[in-house]
Design a protein around this ligand. Structure first.
Ligand code: ADP
Ligand code: MG
Length: 330
């Protein structure tokens, strides 16, 4: 029923940034190479994600909006997760907490759209669109003023959206991202990352220069190590390029941005001999492993992970970074 749906939806969509995360992850899963995100008023009045991915067929639009419908796994495969989305929760949740429009086109067919408001799904109608998908979410939490009150200032919510986009941009260096603030009548681009080229390390290095700054890119060590089925790649800063806080420490597990204390602890261990307690190395590290070795399905909205063997992951990070630092003469 509608109330239960709204409560469930609140688990997935806590704030505008969580809506943006779900929509952009869907665009990535759809194979998009260009993703544009427009937001107004910190995402409270408007979030629009435009992609050039595979699109959704008109017949499938109502299905995409039904709870637990996902085109990405068949149910028997819950541990074998390679895409971002796997629960079929996001679109129905967004349709329960705001005014949602999905306009989409698959190659070789006409474009269609569908509207959802307060959980009520409208009819599929013909629409105009060249390719890909445009999903517009207006007036987030308009039906639940209590939740609206918990949102922070437009500025703070915009900042949280920017953080989400930057993390996803680091995870997908071959994809072009553009974030625009369309509040008022002068839209402005607040973040842009052009598609990177070359091999994975070239692309990542270029993308990190865009997201974390040229100085980080020029003062970081390439990391490439493997142990017992865990593969670690990425870049970590030289001790000379450290920061006063740990905010520039990014971990991705099987392509997903995660927040986990494991990384902070491992970096602390690796740089112990080189940095005082109040200095923190910047790093963007990617841990890849068989999906059965890690559980990313801990909570729908929180980016937590649970490793089957956390000591192994920590040990790999510490030893890989220490080796890279030693090779660089430290
Ligand atoms: P999930 O991502 O867990 O499958 P969602 O509710 O996020 O669930 O999306 C439901 C379905 O809608 C997806 O499985 C996918 O088939 C389709 N979909 C959503 N967004 C897009 C998009 N931008 N491009 C193509 N298909 C999409
Ligand atoms: Mg999804």
């Amino acid at each position: 029923d509608a109330a239960i749906n709204r409560i469930a939806a609140g688990e997935v969509v806590e704030r505008p940034a969580s809506a943006v995360k779900e929509l952009v992850e869907n665009a990535i899963d759809a194979g998009a190479m260009r993703i544009t995100i427009d937001v107004a008023d910190g995402g409270k009045t408007l979030i629009r994600v435009t992609d050039d991915g595979c699109g959704i067929a008109g017949d499938d639009l109502p299905l995409a909006l039904s709870r637990h419908a996902t085109s990405k796994i068949d149910g028997s495969d819950l541990l074998n997760i390679h895409t971002f989305g796997f629960r079929g929760e996001a679109l129905p949740s967004l349709g329960a907490v705001g005014r949602l429009n999905i306009t989409s086109r698959v190659p070789g067919a006409a474009a269609f759209e569908i509207n959802v408001e307060g959980g009520h799904v409208g009819d599929v109608r013909p629409a105009a669109l060249n390719a890909g998908t445009v999903i517009t979410l207006r007036d987030l939490f308009y039906a639940t003023p209590a939740r609206l009150k918990f949102l922070r200032t437009d500025r703070a919510e915009s900042q949280a959206i920017g953080d989400v986009i930057k993390r996803l941009a680091m995870a997908e260096p071959f994809v072009r991202f553009e974030l625009r603030d369309v509040s008022g009548d002068a839209p402005r681009t607040t973040f842009r990352a052009e598609a990177e080229t070359g091999d994975m390390f070239d692309a990542l290095h270029g993308r990190l220069a865009t997201v974390l700054g040229r100085e980080f890119a020029d003062n970081s060590l390439k990391i490439d190590a493997e142990r017992e089925g865990l593969h670690l790649t990425g870049y970590a800063a030289l001790p000379t390029y450290s920061r006063g806080s740990a905010v520039a420490q990014y971990l991705f597990v099987n392509g997903r941005p995660v927040r986990d204390k494991l990384l902070v602890g491992a970096l602390r261990g690796a740089y112990f001999d080189f940095l005082s307690r109040d200095r923190h190395p910047a790093a963007a590290l990617f841990l890849d492993c068989d999906p059965t070795l890690v559980d990313v399905n801990v909570h729908p909205a929180k980016s937590e992970v649970r490793f089957r063997d956390p000591g192994l992951a920590r040990g790999l990070i510490v030893s890989a970074l220490r080796h890279a630092l030693a090779d660089a003469g430290h």
